[in-house]
Ligand binder design. Structure first.
Ligand code: ZN
Ligand code: ZN
Length: 294
């Protein structure tokens, strides 16, 4: 099986891609490199944590629009799950909250949100939204609490009317990082089986009921170089479990440049082994050129 789409590509405009910017990487270079790797359908998705990131999206769209029209090249965003509390703090002028929101001090169980609206989608010409969990929401760093909180966020995203794809479920970073930069411990990197199957059932139901796809993220989940190899084995079992429950998958690399890279060669046999085929994956229809006359 050959994978031919990538819906999760960051450009130098993304708030976490300063390296790419310094290296002077162009969006067109990433697209060319993806094309050389056999990717025919793709989209760029820079981060929107808070409303401040809409400036990044504006700049990314400006560059996107300068490229020659390609019907299978799309413009999306990756919106983080945040809380209504932190968005209200930003609204009230809290300067600390700017690009990543407020990661501490909020009420546990805070109502959730994404910092993007239907109006933003129209204004910035955003064709699709990946909604991703990136951090815990004001709870103690304890395995059970984090599992319950990430599940709550995943469900929120699966049910959100603007979210097309739930990005990298159960990606973890930040706490419990060993000195060599690797993760081997809680909350589930040591044993993915610590997440109860009932949560996967509930997540799968939310996805299928809302016609939301779930992402197979090659570089941050399937083959995260900071996770042990055993994690990959367990994660493939998890994908198989979701597959049996009829969820729709989208594939994305989460490449952050400066070179386009996707890890697909290693992913292809694993996905094939659980019965996934490239043509069953989520795909946006080809775009039509605005103002084009036949
Ligand atoms: Zn992400
Ligand atoms: Zn990403």
């Amino acid at each position: 099986m050959k994978l031919t789409s990538d819906w999760h590509i960051h450009t130098p405009h993304s708030c976490d891609c300063g390296l790419g910017l310094k290296a002077g990487v162009q969006m067109s270079t990433l697209v060319e490199q993806a094309g050389r790797k056999g990717i025919s359908d793709l989209g760029i998705t820079d981060h929107v944590h808070t409303g401040y990131n809409l400036d990044d999206i504006f700049r990314a769209k400006k560059e996107f629009d300068t490229l020659p029209f390609a019907p299978r090249f799309h413009f999306g965003v990756e919106a983080s799950c945040v809380s209504q509390w932190e968005l209200a703090e930003i609204e009230s002028g809290n300067q600390l909250a700017k690009t990543s929101g407020l990661r501490e001090g909020g009420p546990p169980g805070a109502p959730l949100a994404i910092a993007i609206t239907e109006e933003d989608l129209r204004e910035y010409g955003i064709e699709y939204v990946i909604g991703s969990v990136h951090w815990p929401m004001y709870i103690p760093f304890e395995r059970e609490a984090i599992i319950a909180d990430y599940h709550r966020q995943n469900l929120f995203l699966a049910q959100h009317p603007l979210v097309d794809i739930v990005g990298h479920p159960w990606f973890w970073e930040g706490h419990w990082r060993d000195e060599d930069g690797k993760y081997r411990n809680e909350p589930w990197i040591d044993d993915f089986g610590k997440i109860p199957l009932s949560l996967h059932d509930e997540f799968a139901a939310a996805l299928t009921e809302n016609d939301t796809a779930v992402e197979i993220n090659s570089l941050t989940c399937l083959f995260n170089h900071r996770y042990p190899d055993e994690f990959t084995v367990q994660y493939v079992d998890y994908l198989a479990y979701l597959h049996e429950r009829g969820v729709k998958f989208a594939i994305g690399s989460d490449t952050h440049g400066p070179e386009y890279n996707n890890g697909y060669a290693a992913a292809e046999p694993l996905l094939e082994s659980i019965g996934l085929s490239d043509d069953a994956l989520w795909r946006l229809p080809a775009r039509e050129e605005v103002g084009k006359t036949e």
